[in-house]
Unconditional design. Structure first.
Length: 154
């Protein structure tokens, strides 16, 4: 596996990865359709935000991206194709995107996690700092809000 910076031409592959990974959790198709805008990665997004991609040979198998929100850095995406989950790829992507954040001078990164992925982030050293509550077709969803401290580069 190799992790490199994503390029705008990767957008369609990254969108496909995000949708496949979200489907892995068994969400209804209607929800996946509703989430399509947030699961879609555009060439412009890749150009404007630090985005890294994991490749096996030439194929994209996972990616991660950061966005800056004022004084807070946020992990906007971290997705791995289901057939590659559990192999350390997500950890590798997180470590690389954290390195990018540290190099840019950030000291922490916020993660608004899918409930199914919270344990993954906690194993990476995140701590829960709150919840983001939403309603989706009559279903209450509590998304964990996590914070990961980024140790100084060096």
């Amino acid at each position: 596996m190799q992790i490199t910076r994503a390029v705008p031409d990767d957008a369609a592959d990254l969108t496909r990865i995000a949708q496949a990974a979200k489907r892995h959790w068994g969400y209804p198709d209607e929800w996946i359709t509703r989430w399509a805008p947030t699961l879609t990665v555009t060439p412009e997004f890749i150009t404007a935000h630090p985005t890294v991609v994991a490749r096996m040979e030439a194929d994209a198998i996972g990616f991660a991206a950061l966005t800056g929100l004022g004084r807070q850095l946020r992990l906007e995406h971290l997705w791995v194709l289901p057939e590659f989950m559990g192999r350390g790829i997500g950890r590798g992507l997180f470590q690389e995107i954290a390195r990018v954040g540290r190099a840019a001078g950030w000291s922490s990164v916020q993660v608004i996690s899918d409930p199914h992925a919270e344990g993954f982030y906690l194993r990476l050293g995140a701590r829960r700092v709150g919840e983001q509550i939403s309603d989706l077709e009559g279903h209450r969803r509590a998304l964990p809000v996590l914070l990961v401290n980024l140790p100084p580069a060096g």
